[in-house]
Ligand binder design. Structure first.
Ligand SMILES: Cc1ncc(COP(=O)(O)O)c(C=O)c1O
Length: 502
């Protein structure tokens, strides 16, 4: 080695600027032409494998410029674009451009936000971001928490805190297998699948989940909830927590949080709200009442990478008493010299959640919250909701569409072919099959991207608008595309059915 080390991984200043500027130019052009591109090129995994090639691990290095240009081409030309104005499938937002730049900056400096000493300014920025998020959704700033990778992790982080606080203390030391106690948790049938992972992960088992029925509006039936708790108490179970949903994944329904809070208080249970998707809508003054009771939650999950338009990944766990996170996650190994040096309690994020080394997720959220501001977010979120309502209204008015549900920014609908006249049972079966085919066609066609929901046994197309690029024109065109593709799918399916009959 020479005295001045030259590492193959280094990039000289001039080259860094050259390829960096080129990258920014390419991204900038991509963003400004995104609506002219297909939502997805619809390539198969096999086609993409061929494109990537199957070379083994490179033996020798190659020029950074060449590699970055190829990566840029691959990503910009072969991706599904959730930033496209006609993307409204699942719940992934258009990413804020400033958030993308902030991620680049965060990666360049690379603070490890697990420990204060390793991320002095980044820790303060994350603390401020978490505080702003409490203000955003309207809970007291005494709530505290941390940023995590997304909704699942935000819910897991709260779940284990709930178990720590509400299950017998011995479980933390001795493990759940040394307890004969049957811990139980309660959630509406509409709860996202994270709950199953949590029940397995934290040792309760899938049978510990009490799936509570939902009403016609897809909200948890609170009477059934209370009955299930009572039944379990008489059967020697040990209820620990109730999960309410603020914006369910399929239809956007918000549970009666106030009612759930009262039940939790009565039975001394942890009240968790999964607001991964819907919670940011609480910033709209007129919508505040549907979230009433949120300020009584022991913990809340919300996802900046959903309705705050942050690039992936960004979730957040908020806890009414942040000491419960410390009680659950904090430890002090001898090899960490992370304690305070100015008389204040040092805020080491590794003590508040699962991660030890942590990236600087807060920066993309912190910057975008400032760029947009409260007023800007009220407008953006209200517009998304108005567009979702427009989609529902247009579907309702169209003779070949049936509008099914509309809550927050989620609309469900289905295609019904004109003149298809058969008995009710056969009709429903056919419509379910047809709409499933239609959804698959739409998801690969590249004109629009929707997802699906099953509502009251009906297979529906589902649109969730968390997309600052979507306009009224996109909604009108989405209706036209659904009907055009629906007619095609119906024609093909009828042909197929006739062939199979013959
Ligand atoms: C209500 C709800 N909770 C949790 C999740 C999981 O979030 P993530 O995919 O970020 O883990 C989702 C995802 O859509 C959701 O809608």
């Amino acid at each position: 080695m020479s005295e001045d080390r030259t590492a193959a991984i280094q990039i000289g200043e001039d080259e860094f600027k050259k390829i960096g500027y080129q990258l920014i130019d390419d991204i900038s052009e991509f963003i400004s032409t995104i609506e002219k591109r297909p939502v997805t090129p619809g390539e198969t995994p096999r086609q993409l494998q061929e494109l990537i090639g199957d070379n083994g691990l490179p033996e020798n290095g190659a020029p950074a410029e060449e590699i970055l240009l190829r990566a840029t081409g691959l990503l910009l030309n072969h991706s599904l674009l959730n930033g496209h104005p006609k993307f409204s499938g699942y719940i992934t937002s258009s990413p804020a451009p400033l958030g993308a730049l902030a991620d680049l900056l965060a990666a360049a400096v690379n603070p490890n936000v697990g420990a204060n000493i390793l991320s002095p300014v980044a820790t303060e920025i994350e603390k401020q971001t978490v505080k702003w998020l409490t203000e955003f959704i309207g809970v007291p700033a005494t709530y505290g928490g941390l940023l995590v990778s997304g909704g699942n992790m935000a819910n897991f982080t709260a779940f284990l805190a709930a178990r720590t606080v509400k299950a017998p203390k011995i479980i933390k030391e001795e493990g759940i297998s040394n307890s004969s106690m049957k811990l139980t948790v309660y959630c509406p049938k509409s709860t996202h699948t994270w709950i199953e992972k949590a029940a397995v992960l934290f040792g309760l088992g899938l049978n510990a989940i009490r799936w509570i029925k939902t009403d016609d509006a897809n909200k948890m039936d609170n009477e059934a909830l209370e009955q299930a708790i009572k039944d379990d108490l008489t059967n020697s179970c040990h209820p620990i927590m109730v999960i309410g949903t603020a914006g369910d994944v399929s239809t956007g329904a918000v549970d009666d949080l106030k009612g759930i809070a009262a039940i939790c208080k009565k039975y001394n249970l942890w009240f968790h709200v999964d607001g991964a998707y819907g919670m940011p809508a609480a910033i709209i003054p007129e919508l505040k009442p549907i979230f009433e009771g949120i300020e009584e939650a022991d913990s809340i999950a919300l996802d900046p990478h959903k309705w705050l338009y942050s690039p992936l990944e960004a979730g957040c766990t908020l806890v009414k008493n942040p000491d419960h996170l410390l009680e659950t996650y904090s430890s002090h190994p001898v090899y960490y010299n992370f304690s305070n040096n100015d008389g204040l309690q040092t805020h080491n994020y590794y003590e508040y959640g699962f991660q030890n080394s942590r990236g600087f997720r807060a920066l993309k959220i912190w910057t975008t919250l400032q760029q947009v501001g409260r007023t800007g977010y009220v407008k953006l979120i209200a517009e998304d909701i108005a567009l979702s309502k427009l989609l529902f209204q247009l579907a309702n008015e169209h003779p070949e569409l049936e509008a099914i549900t509309q809550n927050l920014s989620i609309t469900t609908l289905r295609y019904i072919p004109a003149g298809y006249d058969v008995g009710p049972e056969e009709r429903e079966q056919y419509l379910n099959a047809l709409n499933e085919i239609l959804l698959n066609d739409l998801q690969t066609g590249g004109e629009v991207f929707l997802s699906n929901a099953v509502v009251g046994g009906k297979y529906c197309l589902r649109s969730c608008i968390v997309n600052f690029r979507t306009s009224e024109k996109d909604i009108q065109e989405t209706i036209q595309i659904i009907v055009k593709e629906g007619r095609k799918a119906h024609e093909n399916l009828m042909k197929k059915s006739t062939h199979s009959v013959n």
